[in-house]
Design a protein around this ligand. Structure first.
Ligand code: ZN
Length: 291
C-alpha cells in the first residue's frame, strides 16, 4: 500500500554494508510503501576485513573499495532504494582504526569532515528529506568513520530535517542471540563484544514484516565480502554453507556473521534513538510529519 507517497528519506552511512545491517529493513519497507529513499554512503570501506581468501589480497592492493562499490549498488537494488557515494565513488577514503596508517591519510574521511559536511548539506538541500537516518555520537560501535558520519550528518542537516540514530540495540541482540545456535566453526560473541554496542535503549522500534526481512537479507547477501548469512546459502567468498539453529523464529529471522565469524541474530525489528530535531515523545520515525 503506497501510504508513504510524498515522504522523503535519506540514510547516511559510513561504509557499504551498513545500509543493510543497520537500516535495510526500514528502508526497504518505506520504499515499498511509496517513500523516496536515498542511501548516501561516505566511504567505500577500503580498509575493511573480508571473508575468506578469494578477495583477501584486494585490501593490501588497495582495490577492495571498487568491489564494495559494486556490492553497495547490488544492495541498494535489493532494497529498492537510490544510492549515492558522497563526492562520487572513492572521493573519501575509509579512515581505518585509530593508530593505523589509513587514519592519517589526508584522503581519509576523518581528516576531511568539514568538506564532507558541506557536500552533504548540498545533497540534503537537493533531496529535501523529512528524516535522515545515521548513527549516534559513538557511531554505534566506535569506528572512526561511523563517528564522523554522525558529526557530518548533524552539521549538514537543516533544522526541519529530523535526524534519527540507527542502533544495534544491545538488549534486543542479547535476547536474539539466546534464540540462535551458532553454525559449526562459528562462535557466540562474549559480553565484551556486546559492550561494543555502546548505545542502549531505543525510542523507536521499527518492526520488519516478511517482505522487509526478505529485502534486508537480499541486501546483506549482496555484500559477500563482508556478511555471511547462516541460511545454508553459499557465495563467492563462503563456498561452505553455514546453518544456524533458531530455537525461537518469532524472535529472530535467522543469523549471520561478519569476517570475525561471531554469530549475530537477524532481528525482526530495527531500532532508533532520537537525534536532532525529533519530537521527544515520537514512537515512529515519521510521526506528525506531512508528505
Ligand atoms: Zn561501517
Amino acid at each position: 500500500m503506497p501510504d508513504l507517497n510524498g515522504y522523503r528519506v535519506v540514510a547516511v552511512h559510513a561504509h557499504p554494508d551498513d545500509e543493510a545491517l543497520f537500516t535495510g529493513g526500514t528502508l526497504a519497507d518505506m520504499a515499498r510503501r511509496g517513500a523516496e529513499v536515498t542511501v548516501i554512503t561516505l566511504t567505500l570501506g577500503d580498509e575493511g576485513e573480508v571473508i575468506g581468501g578469494t578477495y583477501g589480497n584486494l585490501v593490501p592492493a588497495g582495490l577492495l573499495g571498487g568491489l564494495r562499490a559494486r556490492e553497495l549498488e547490488d544492495s541498494a537494488r535489493a532494497l529498492g532504494v537510490a544510492v549515492e557515494m558522497l563526492g562520487g565513488a572513492g572521493f573519501f577514503r575509509d579512515s581505518g582504526m585509530v593508530g593505523s596508517p589509513a587514519h592519517d591519510d589526508p584522503r581519509a574521511l576523518v581528516n576531511r569532515q568539514d568538506e564532507a559536511a558541506r557536500l552533504l548539506r548540498t545533497r540534503l538541500a537537493c533531496l529535501r528529506p523529512h528524516i535522515v537516518l545515521t548513527y549516534g555520537p559513538d557511531g554505534g560501535y566506535g569506528h572512526p568513520d561511523h563517528v564522523a558520519a554522525h558529526r557530518i550528518t548533524h552539521a549538514a542537516a537543516a533544522p526541519e530535517q529530523r535526524v534519527w540514530w540507527a542502533i544495534f540495540d544491545r538488549e534486543s541482540h542479547r535476547a536474539g542471540l539466546e534464540a540462535v545456535m551458532a553454525p559449526r566453526g562459528w562462535q557466540k560473541p562474549d559480553e565484551a563484544y556486546f559492550a561494543n554496542f555502546t548505545t542502549a535503549g531505543a525510542a523507536v522500534t521499527y518492526p520488519l514484516d516478511d517482505a522487509s526481512l526478505a529485502a534486508k537479507k537480499a541486501a546483506m547477501a549482496a555484500h559477500p565480502t563482508q556478511i555471511w548469512l547462516a541460511d545454508a546459502t553459499v557465495s563467492v567468498t563462503n563456498p561452505r554453507a553455514a546453518v544456524a539453529g533458531v530455537t525461537d523464529p518469532g524472535v529472530v529471522a535467522g543469523a549471520y556473521a561478519l569476517s570475525n565469524l561471531l554469530v549475530m541474530p537477524l532481528l525482526r525489528a530495527e531500532h532508533y534513538q532520537a537525534g536532532a530535531n525529533c519530537p521527544p515523545q515520537a514512537t515512529g520515525l515519521l510521526d506528525g510529519l506531512r508528505p
